[in-house]
Design a protein around this ligand. Structure first.
Ligand code: GCU
Length: 409
């Protein structure tokens, strides 16, 4: 799975701050035609729209059309999960187009004390049954990536991988603090391989078509679409209030794009999302556009290829993706040893997005000085860099919960 070449790329990348090229960032509040944006209306109606369209057509790719049908079904519900602390629901979501359909499964835990709870919605990498030891959680039948350490072979999940990712999901902490969790296995929307014959893409093909058009959606956009459709269910559930969309790494890129394209998400959390996520592309520190398009040719629209080693000509940079979330709460988090994701580039991106939050009287990140390690800045825009590697830890969740809590009262 591209592993050899990815490892090689990681070892050959630039991690030297003195080798970051000099660059001028396109200003988030100056339109493509050079007009200065000074208020919310101009932002919403002109600038936000043109930035969104650019990312849509030139970066992640457009969703080709609307669905014909959306449906969901409650498969299972219980009141005694987590020793009686939580209610569990498992929901099947079906998307239909052109007489074709896909079905994916959402696992939800809700704290029992709250009649309506805020939830974190996030994809998992290996199946819903991996985030918990709960024996009632169904095992995905979809293709999963092999992983020797997790005991996954033949691209199939089984009982042996139940609970292997519990350390990445602080479910009890969420429940104890009045939050719920909704999670979906991302491979049920689109298997993460360079193949457009499976997942959600083919639902939209015309006769004879076998892959999306140049400006149409890659996998990140498909995953974001899946999150957005999951929101159709979540907003209909009377036990759920606000939804904070969360994602780690490639799924952090998807969470950001979901938050940018669907304003129903009350807030967005990007955990170590890196290149094509929160990190500024122009810094060319760690992973670059050329590298990501080479290792993962299916993630972005084909139109994004023209920016390989050509970042200067991009009329946007990733701080403008972050700005699309404004004025809603946004948390970007990095890890000290995750140089591949360019922590400094992720931080600077929050700083350069913050002028848009200012238009709404919201506090963003108002300094270009990175905070100390393990010293979060938590405003409407929040940022932390923690010790450790590319991962999701209890420390990350403790901070997301504390911060999100200030927006749910
Ligand atoms: C690779 C890839 C990153 C991605 C990461 C992940 O390292 O280069 O862009 O974020 O995988 O999803 O873990």
């Amino acid at each position: 799975f591209f592993f050899g070449s990815l490892c090689q790329a990681q070892s050959q990348a630039n991690y030297d701050e003195t080798k970051v090229p000099k660059f001028a960032l396109p200003d988030v509040l100056t339109s493509f035609s050079g007009n200065l944006i000074t208020n919310q209306t101009e932002w919403e109606e002109n600038r936000r729209r043109e930035i969104l369209q650019f990312f849509e057509k030139q970066v992640y790719g457009k969703v080709p059309d609307r669905l014909d049908e959306f449906g969901f079904k409650l498969l299972e519900e219980s009141n005694d999960a987590y020793g009686g602390k939580a209610r569990r629901k498992q929901i099947a979501i079906t998307l239909k187009k052109n007489k074709k359909s896909i079905t994916y499964y959402m696992l939800i835990y809700l704290p029992k004390g709250n009649p309506t709870a805020p939830v974190f919605l996030g994809y998992n990498f290996y199946g819903n049954h991996t985030v918990t030891n709960d024996p009632k959680v169904q095992i995905t039948k979809a293709w999963v990536k092999n992983n020797d350490a997790l005991g996954i072979t033949d691209n199939k999940a089984s009982e042996s991988s139940r609970g292997v990712r519990t350390h990445r999901w602080a479910i009890e902490k969420m429940l104890d603090n009045g939050f719920g969790l909704a999670t979906i296995y991302y491979g049920e929307i689109d298997p993460d391989k360079n193949d457009f014959s499976d997942g959600v893409h083919p639902l939209f093909y015309r006769d004879g078509q076998s892959k999306p058009k140049t400006n149409e959606w890659g996998s990140i956009s498909a995953w974001a679409f899946g999150l957005s459709k999951a929101m159709n269910y979540l907003e209909s559930d009377v036990n759920i209030s606000k939804v904070f969309v969360f994602g780690h790494s490639r799924l952090g890129k998807a969470a950001l794009w979901a938050g940018a394209t669907d304003k129903r998400f009350a807030g967005v959390i990007s955990n170590n999302s890196g290149c094509g996520g929160a990190a500024l592309s122009r810094r060319k520190f760690g992973e670059t556009i050329e590298q990501i398009n080479t290792s993962f040719p299916h993630w972005f629209a084909d139109s994004f290829l023209k920016y390989n080693n050509n970042e200067r000509t991009l009329p946007v940079d990733q701080h403008q993706l972050l700005a699309l979330v404004a004025p809603r709460p946004l948390y970007v988090a990095s890890a000290l040893d995750d140089k591949w994701a360019d922590p400094r580039g992720e931080f600077l991106s929050t700083y350069y997005a913050s002028s848009v939050y200012g238009l709404y009287g919201k506090k963003g990140i108002d300094t270009k000085e990175m905070p100390m390690t393990n010293a979060p800045i938590q405003n409407t825009v929040a940022y932390h860099i923690r010790t450790g590697k590319h991962d999701v830890t209890d420390y990350d969740w403790e901070n997301y919960i504390k911060w999100a809590n200030t927006f749910v009262k």
